[in-house]
Design a protein around this ligand. Structure first.
Ligand code: SF4
Length: 411
């Protein structure tokens, strides 16, 4: 069932009737047991890893060896830890590499070039990843939370609520396991290296800031500290956790910030993005501009085009005005026609309205790329994945379309 606040055609908030969602059968996000995820090597920085190693009764330098196995060779199997005495391998691996993610199922599409995976966490909570192969890159979309607490009424993930934040290691393990899958040729049988990461799976990454920050260090820092991925190939999305946009900039990583704006005015954005009650449009755009100043990275403004709700020409003009008022060349707008889950009241703008919106922005000098979701049930602004039990062709097709939208949005 879906209900809540909506926006009238004139752009005024109104109360929606309760409607049948018609959503696909879904696995429950609810965790089966309480408690923190087991501590794992990827939860710690190198100093902490050494400390833990000593506490466990082993020499500190084993932390360096173990980190290299993990971040360079993506290995956690005790048998493969050949530079560690055989009698110690099992114990060390059991302390530092507790199993965190168990594969539930894959949805494969596009001749095997897209794999959407559902994973079960230690407590039964579910998350998803989407691995996408392209000619020039391999992109992985990851989750930062199981579910999402932001309650955006047009979003499938938001309807299920937040189960819990992921630990840093649960985020990093999505990357390692997907790297292994790519290296083993799980994308159309061709071995690949993951080059790009987008935090656009389940959850609002900046509301799980401390774990996401730790995970970013593990993704970007070179071995033995981390995987050594290029920060420029990493995108973090947000619907507007304003204080943490500044914190992200202060970390000093030139990652791309994707701001899921969806409306240039507070009257509309308040009901569309409940978080807007705390952090208003102008303040968010100021923070996004400051992010560009500090990092040199052009900000992606994500804008899901929703029929008769936010796709008006005057809203495109207002968005352009607000962006231009903060300077030129610092932002790129990605309008994405919304394609909702079956039964949802939220539908995509007409092609005419889409084109008018894009033309208006471009006429005002704003770099704009219309993204084509081609019937996907997920638009790519931020994490709108929802774990599904479907394995049929519709599910697989949806995975590919979702993945394309997500990846196009930041490419
Ligand atoms: S749109 Fe993004 S922030 Fe909003 S509920 Fe969905 S996943 Fe959460």
């Amino acid at each position: 069932m879906v209900s809540g606040t909506s926006i009238s055609k004139e752009g005024r908030p109104q109360v929606l009737p309760v409607v049948e969602s018609g959503l696909s059968p879904r696995l429950s996000f609810t965790a089966s047991s309480k408690g923190k995820p087991p501590a794992h090597l990827a939860d710690f920085d190198m100093a902490e890893r050494k400390e833990k190693m000593k506490e466990a009764g082993f020499p500190a330098f084993r932390a360096d060896q173990l980190s290299r196995h993990y971040f360079e060779r993506h290995e956690t199997d005790p048998e493969a830890l050949t530079d560690i005495p055989a009698a110690q391998r099992e114990e060390i691996a059991s302390i530092f590499f507790p199993p965190l993610l168990t594969k539930v199922r894959d949805l494969v599409a596009d001749g095997g070039q897209t794999v959407k995976s559902v994973w079960r966490l230690f407590d039964g909570a579910l998350i998803e990843t989407v691995l996408m192969g392209y000619k020039d890159r391999t992109t992985l979309c990851i989750s930062s939370q199981s579910g999402c607490g932001m309650a955006c009424p047009f979003c499938a993930t938001g309807q299920g609520g937040l189960t819990r934040n992921l630990s840093a290691a649960e985020i990093v393990e999505q990357v390692r396991l997907s790297m292994v899958a790519a290296e083993n040729g799980e994308l159309a049988g061709e071995p690949r290296r993951v080059s790009n990461i987008v935090f656009m799976g389940m959850g609002e990454p900046l509301s799980n800031w401390l774990r996401v920050k730790r995970a970013l260090h593990a993704l970007i820092e070179p071995s033995p500290h981390g995987f050594g991925l290029s920060a420029r190939n990493i995108t973090v999305s947000t619907v507007g956790m304003l204080p943490n946009i500044k914190k992200l900039a202060d970390e000093g990583f030139p990652v791309t910030l994707a701001l899921s704006l969806h409306a240039p005015d507070d009257e509309l954005r308040d009901p569309l993005i409940p978080l807007n009650a705390r952090f208003k449009v102008d303040a968010l755009l100021d923070a996004a501009r400051a992010y560009f100043e500090q990092t040199g990275r052009r900000v992606s403004i994500e804008y899901a085009l929703i029929k008769d709700m936010n796709d008006h020409e005057w809203r495109a003009r207002l968005l352009a005005e607000k962006l231009n008022a903060r300077g030129r060349g610092w932002a790129h707008v990605n309008p994405i026609p919304l394609n909702p889950t079956p039964g949802s009241i939220w539908t995509a703008s007409s092609r005419k309205a889409q084109q008018r919106f894009v033309d208006t922005l471009m006429a005002a000098g704003i770099p704009t790329s219309l993204r084509d979701t081609r019937g996907s049930d997920i638009e790519g602004a931020c994490g709108q994945l929802a774990a599904t039990t479907q394995e049929n062709s519709h599910g697989a097709k949806t995975a590919r379309q979702a993945a394309q939208a997500l990846d196009q949005a930041v490419s």
